[in-house]
Each structure stands twice: as C-alpha cells, then as structure tokens.
Ligand binder design. Structure first.
Ligand SMILES: NC(=O)c1ccc[n+]([C@@H]2O[C@H](COP(=O)([O-])OP(=O)(O)OC[C@H]3O[C@@H](n4cnc5c(N)ncnc54)[C@H](OP(=O)(O)O)[C@@H]3O)[C@@H](O)[C@H]2O)c1
Length: 335
C-alpha cells in the first residue's frame, strides 16, 4: 500500500475544484490511528467544503469527507489494534484534517469510536453524522421530558427528506412517536410514509405570512435541521413544556421570533452539536443507534451507494438541497 485513491480538492486561482487522485501514503496527516476506510457518506457540510469558494476549507490541497467507517490498519495508541472496525465523525475531520473521501485516513486516537455491536460499517455510514445528529436531537428532546411512545401529539421533523430529517422520521417512528414530516418535495411523500411519517406538510406551511408569535399547540416537540424563518413558527406551535432541537441552517441562519413561546408556554430551544460532542455521549448515542434506536425503516429505504468518481454530482446535488436520504461512498471495489 504505497499509494491510495482520494477525492482531492485543489485550488487554481480563486476557485477550488475536486478530482480523484492517486496519492502516496506520506501525504496522510499526523495521527495515531491509520484506518483503511471502507465507507464514507455525503453530508451538507461536504457540499459546502467542495464549493469553488468554500466557507469550510481554509487550506488546499484538501481531502473532504466528515464521516468515515473502516478498519484499523495501524495504531500507535492503546485501545486500537489492526483489524478493529471503527468509525469517525465530526471533530476536524473533513474540515481542517484530511477526511473520509479517501481509501486511507490517519486521525488522532481521541476521535475514534469503536464500531458498536449491532451496526455494520455500511449501516454506520448510512447513518453517519446526519443520523448521529438526529439521534442527539431525540436524546435532547427526551432529556427535556418527551416520553418514548407518547402519541398525544406528533413530533415535527423539518427538512424531512434530507439526511438528518430522514433518520429523525425513522427514529421517532421506531420509538413509537407520531411524526409529522415537513418537506419541500411533493414527489417524496411516499418515501416519508415508508420511513414512518404519519402526516406530511409542505415546507411553506411553516412560514405563514401573518407572523403571529403564538398559535394553536400542535407539536409535542420538533427536530429541526432547517432553522431560518420557519423556526419562529415552529416555536410558536410547540405545546406547553415542549422543545425544538435545532441542528442546522438549510433554511437560513437568522430567524426573527418573540420570547412568548418561552415565557408563556415554557418552550425550550435546544442546540444540537455533533462535532465537538464529548466521546462518552458519542459512544452512548452510537450504541443506542445500534440497538434500541436502530432506524430500520430508514436503513431499508433511505440511502444510495456511489464510488469516488460519482462524488462531484452528489456534492452538487446536496449543495442544491436536491438529495433524498443519504449517499454512501464506497472506497474499495473488493468490499
Ligand atoms: N449541528 C450539527 O452537528 C449538524 C450535524 C449534521 C448536519 N447539520 C446541519 O443540518 C442541516 C441538514 O443537514 P443534512 O445533512 O440533513 O442536509 P441535506 O441532506 O441536504 O438535507 C437538508 C434538507 O433541508 C431541506 N431544505 C433544503 N433547502 C431548503 C431551504 N432553502 N429551505 C428550507 N428547507 C430546505 C430539504 O428537505 P425537504 O426538501 O424535505 O424540505 C433538504 O433535503 C445542514 O444545515 C447541516 O449543516 C448540523
């Protein structure tokens, strides 16, 4: 293994572009654990990393990919041995540190999660950062008092056909909740029902023109990877004592809201971060995803597999909000 293939972003003038390149092993960054990557996956952040002028990548050449699952090839750290199946998501992977769109990766041992029993490497990447974020969101809602199996009011999921949204719908349905999925894609209602959505609403319904701060209490809680203006409506329609777990910004970073949902209904806004999430929480949530929370309807329906050469098209589609579910990148022909 003197060389390996990777999707390399390089800059020419002011713009960066990517291509599959053959690199020598000494191009890998510092780290105690070298991993033969079997699978990675395509996330919204990877789409941002691959833009010609990227808000994510600061230094080129660069290998993006914020997720990977593979087998330890070499370890200088206690606790990991050659052959161990592992996964890495978040931290600086695919942001400042060469990422998962690569047949080999080298990372600090403190980033590496042993693959939990009950999950294959393929399933781990079908979930990836998006699935992990959906699970962190559910954990936060349950810490706030949402009771598993509570069917008295639905939980709202925004951006429901996206990576975080798809897994959230499946996870919630598997845990016995009623789920209302919000989507901008009229063509994907069957897919959302297959994942377990009980009802579906259009994305525009979350942005009524009158801007009222409080409305009828509709949701037991919300998993919101979209953010933006619709979040004000969401907060104003969550029932007394409920919460919105907010992880993303595909609908925009800013939103204008009032304090009324907080001070009159005790509604909470819960921030979700998968990147710097402590290792103990990481391991606990991954092991739930491998067992009691395993989102079977999503794993049976929600993903597509590609090789490195098809990455540019997938990255462009996620930049435009056009992907359905998740795209897995398979790094070797023989796995
Ligand atoms: N906090 C964290 O740790 C963390 C982790 C993972 C992801 N994220 C963030 O979460 C967000 C979603 O990530 P993802 O991987 O699920 O992305 P994704 O697969 O691209 O899904 C995003 C979904 O948002 C909806 N959407 C797209 N453009 C929109 C617009 N202009 N207005 C409203 N909705 C729009 C679409 O769903 P519909 O067509 O179904 O409406 C789209 O499928 C991103 O902002 C990402 O950076 C954060």
């Amino acid at each position: 293994m003197d060389t390996f293939k990777a999707y390399l972003l390089e800059k020419a003038g002011d713009a960066a572009s990517g291509a599959v390149k053959e690199l020598s092993m000494d191009r890998l960054p510092q780290g105690e654990v070298t991993i033969r990557v079997h699978y990675s996956s395509v996330n919204y952040k990877d789409g941002l990393a691959a833009l010609p002028v990227s808000p994510i990548v600061k230094s080129y050449p660069f290998i993006p990919g914020i997720d990977l699952a593979g087998v330890v090839e070499h370890s200088e750290a206690d606790g990991f041995s050659p052959g161990d199946p592992v996964l890495v998501t978040g931290y600086e992977l695919g942001v400042t540190h060469y990422g998962g769109f690569s047949q080999y990766a080298r990372v600090p041992a403190s980033w590496v999660v042993p693959l939990p029993e009950g999950l294959t490497m393929l399933e781990a990447m079908a979930l990836g950062t998006a699935g992990f974020t959906a699970a962190l969101s559910l954990a936060a809602l349950e810490r706030n008092g949402l009771q598993p199996g509570d069917r008295t009011a639905p939980v709202l999921v925004t951006g429901a056909t996206g990576g975080v949204g798809s897994v959230a719908v499946s996870l919630l349905a598997a845990s016995g909740y009623r789920v209302t999925a919000s989507t901008g894609k009229a063509s994907e209602h069957d897919y959302l029902r297959q994942l377990g959505a009980d009802s579906i609403i259009g994305r525009d319904e979350l942005r009524p023109a009158d801007g009222k701060p409080l409305r009828r209490e509709l949701w037991a809680g919300a998993i919101d990877p979209v953010g933006g203006e619709a979040l004000a409506y969401t907060l104003g329609t969550i029932r007394y004592g409920g919460a919105a777990a907010v992880s993303g910004l595909t609908g925009g970073a800013a939103f204008a809201a009032t304090v009324y949902p907080f001070i009159l209904r005790g509604v909470s806004l819960l921030g979700i971060d998968s990147v710097g999430c402590p290792m103990a929480v990481r391991q606990e949530v991954w092991s739930k995803l491998a067992s009691v929370w395993k989102p079977i309807s999503y794993l049976n329906a929600g993903w597509r597999m590609i090789g490195l050469p098809a990455l540019p098209e997938a990255l462009e589609r996620i930049q435009k909000g056009q992907l359905r579910g998740r795209v897995i990148v398979k790094l070797w022909d023989d796995i």
